[in-house]
Design a protein around this ligand. Structure first.
Ligand SMILES: *Cc1c(COP(=O)(O)O)cnc(C)c1O
Length: 396
């Protein structure tokens, strides 16, 4: 039975390769960090992890996780509502709500699950979801699982959002959904304007803070902090897999009735295992650390500013950013691939992105800054960019 299907897949896979879209995985043999070792034995400076605060290999988080292994064991072997709720899960949920200034939190195995399970239990065919065109894949999938009417507005375009809100005016309940940081440009949506429109058209607002939590806002509370809108957004989703330690886990935090309903009806919560206690314990430690000091956020912000300024000075075309994502625009897909490959030879690990991940003709290298980077790392990266930029004719 498999013969025909095997041939079919082989053909599809070779088509993907021919189109230059086949994703190979580089194998890392060291912990995640500013400097990593890859399986060839080469050491490179890492500028493509979501390790914004450098917490992926933080000794205090590791100690908290190790301690929880001794006190709470390895796994829960259960979903939350049967026998998978531990004291650490409850404590982390409370801490996350305190951190964002929300009422309650529900944990998931990943933010992909949080987004996959947030719409269907809350909205029905009488309702409308108005979603940014560049929202994360997990939001798109979550919306697909829900029977609500769908409206899409151009990325961060408030005129179009208003048009869509008018089109959705007959819906019973309306929910505007946006990423907090769009991962390819690093831009932040104008949440102040979104909230004005939400008020005008009687809509609720959901923000996915996955790339913004820990990063955006003076103390890393995300775009709701950046726009002074704490408590004004009904739903926030986020991940523990990026700035917040980088292990695994996601959450939805917001109005308490919404969270209560998700605990009753959200399928990825009801039918999937609890996060391991050690992850919850490290998460608690992480929130405590971030509530005690802004040291890491301050370092991340100054690293980002430093890098952006140096790269512009050298002559690169840099997209303005409000996050720790810096898009170095090269426009040409092959150039972006070649540039990234040559940077790797120089010991700088970055990824080139081209169509279909970004629009045609807008290929770029995405640089992700981290509080784990030191100034000499940043200088080394800028020097390598400058060298390859000249070699490939991008810089004069
Ligand atoms: C990374 C990301 C997710 C997925 O988070 P996981 O916890 O890794 O599943 C969801 N939404 C956005 C906006 C993201 O950037």
């Amino acid at each position: 039975m498999y013969t025909d299907y095997k041939q079919f897949l082989q053909k599809e896979l070779s088509d993907i390769k021919e189109a230059g879209l086949y994703k190979d995985e580089r194998v890392i043999v060291s912990p995640q960090g500013a400097e990593i070792e890859v399986s060839s034995g080469k050491k490179v400076l890492n500028f493509c992890a979501n390790n914004y605060l450098g917490l992926s290999n933080n000794p205090q988080l590791i100690a908290a996780a190790k301690e929880a292994l001794d006190t709470h064991g390895y796994g829960m072997s259960s979903v939350r509502f049967i026998c998978g709720t531990g004291d650490l899960h409850k404590e982390l949920e409370k801490k996350i709500a305190e951190f964002f200034g929300t009422e309650d939190t529900i944990l998931y195995a990943a933010c992909f699950d949080a987004n996959g399970g947030v719409f269907e239990p809350l909205l029905g065919p009488e309702d409308a979801i108005i979603s940014d065109s560049l929202n994360h894949a997990s939001i798109i999938d979550g919306v697909r699982l829900c029977k609500a009417q769908r409206f899409r507005y151009e990325n961060a375009n408030m005129e179009d959002l208003e048009k869509q809100l008018q089109a959705a005016k007959d819906a019973r309940f309306k929910l505007i959904v946006t990423d907090g940081v769009f991962s390819m440009d690093g831009n932040v949506p104008p949440l102040d304007k979104i909230l004005e429109l939400a008020e005008k058209y009687n809509a609720m607002v959901m923000v996915d803070e996955s790339h913004s939590a820990g990063v955006v806002g003076k103390t890393g509370r995300g775009v709701t902090e950046h726009f002074d809108a704490k408590g004004k957004v009904e739903i926030i989703t986020g991940t523990l897999g990026k700035a917040f330690g980088g292990a695994i886990g996601g959450f939805t935090t917001g109005k308490k009735e919404i969270i209560s309903m998700l605990r009753q009806k959200s399928r990825p919560y009801l039918f999937s295992n609890s996060i391991p206690p050690l992850v919850a314990a490290a998460g608690i430690k992480m929130v405590d650390m971030m509530s005690a000091t802004n040291e890491l956020q301050d370092k991340l912000h100054s690293n980002t500013e430093y890098f952006m300024e140096k790269m512009s000075k050298v002559g690169f075309d840099i997209k303005p950013t409000a996050s720790a994502i810096c898009a170095v625009m090269l426009y040409d897909a092959k150039l972006a691939q070649d540039f990234a490959a040559k940077l790797l030879d120089e010991g700088i690990y970055v990824i080139g992105f081209s169509f279909p991940v970004v629009p045609k003709g807008l290929a770029r290298i995405r640089v992700q800054l981290s509080a784990a980077h030191e100034i000499e790392h940043l200088d080394k990266a800028v020097a390598a960019f400058e060298k390859i930029g000249k070699e490939l004719g991008v810089l004069k």
